[in-house]
Write a protein that binds this ligand. Structure first.
Ligand code: NAP
Length: 311
């Protein structure tokens, strides 16, 4: 018996349970609410999608939870030091989806689409100088599952790409930086900055006034990671003074973005409703099923989130 623990509405929960059950017919997957007290005492695994932490804490035998999402920041934050391991979704298909979004919105900025949309509204016929892809420098923050594939896709499309991670890395065609010093070097040479970092105590507010000021004048920004990595006030200030030209934001400190938030009506901000890389329930369920089958067979857990570093 494996509970599906989620704050999603019942309709969404039953879609997940349908896909998960199809991927592992040998398991019985039920909504958390249907567990009897005895079943709660026995569960060693739970599958989760934005779970209520109290539900998980009511399962005394829990060894590990498998999230159907790649980002588990909220769960990590709400469960300060859980006794069980947290496994997040690592799905090559999701990395493909994210890299497609990164390429699409990089091209949007690279080919000056925000400026031409503004010009059309003013019936202005003005041809900006063309910048070739090879002269548009892209900086990718985070070279993990999503950042690595996205960087490679940008390289394949002719952009010079630099990336930043915590540890030193080597990725073909990508100039790799790491550490605080590496961040400053990358920002100074970036025309379009793509953020694919996890939200941790170290990355919260990382893109503040000081770091944004290192970007060349006129640079632009894409945030597909988590809202609180950006200091909103600092970003609005940079856009206001034309030090940065445009921001494409898919994630926000509060979601949905509140109606009165200045981003909504800012003509140098593109607001997206957290759609850059939605989880695909079919491929995600297959991956969760494989990991659970492996655990049942060998007792080995898949690689879990490092609770100390937060990702
Ligand atoms: P990941 O595989 O854990 O990779 C994280 C990367 O960030 C790693 O390269 C890591 O460096 C780097 N990093 C972490 N902390 C750092 C620090 N303090 N300084 C420098 N580098 C640091 O994560 P992922 O699967 O690529 O996902 C990244 C994030 O994308 C998720 O956490 C989630 O928030 C977001 N996401 C968004 C959507 C969406 O639809 N908008 C969908 C899925 C995921 P090392 O490699 O050196 O450890």
């Amino acid at each position: 018996m494996i509970p599906f623990v989620s704050r999603a509405d019942l309709a969404e929960q039953s879609i997940w349970i349908k896909h998960l059950s199809a991927a592992m017919p040998e398991e019985v997957i039920v909504p958390f609410a249907d567990l009897t007290p005895e079943q709660k005492r026995q569960c060693d695994i739970a599958i989760v999608a934005n779970p209520d932490p109290n539900d998980l804490l009511s399962l005394p035998s829990l060894q590990w939870v498998h999230s159907v999402w790649a980002g588990v920041e909220r769960m990590m934050n709400e469960l300060s030091s859980p006794s069980f391991s947290i496994v997040r979704l690592v799905d090559a298909k999701l990395a493909e989806t994210m890299s497609e979004a990164v390429l699409a919105w990089t091209l949007y900025l690279h080919r000056d689409m925000p400026s031409y949309a503004k010009q059309q509204a003013q019936k202005s016929w003005f041809q900006k100088p063309m910048v070739r892809a090879q002269d548009r420098r892209i900086g990718v923050l985070g070279l993990g599952e999503l950042g690595r594939v996205s960087s490679q896709r940008l390289v394949a499309n002719g952009f010079p790409v630099a990336g930043w991670s915590r540890h030193e890395k080597q990725i073909e065609g990508v100039e790799c930086f790491h550490g605080e010093e590496g961040l400053a070097l990358l920002l100074k040479q970036t025309d379009i900055l793509v953020c694919l970092l996890p939200l941790t105590p170290e990355t919260k507010g990382l893109l503040d006034q000081q770091h944004l000021s290192l970007l060349p004048i006129g640079a632009s920004l894409i945030n597909f990671a988590r809202g609180p990595i950006i200091d909103d006030e600092a970003l609005l200030n940079k856009l206001e003074y034309d030090e940065l030209s445009h921001a494409v934001l898919d994630v926000f400190a509060q979601e949905p973005l509140p109606e009165n938030h200045p981003y909504w009506c800012h003509d140098s901000v593109t607001v997206l409703p957290h759609i850059s890389a939605p989880t695909n329930p079919v491929s995600a369920s297959d991956i969760v099923a494989r990991n659970i089958q492996q655990y049942r067979l060998t007792g080995n857990l898949p690689p879990a989130v490092d609770k100390r570093r937060g990702y």
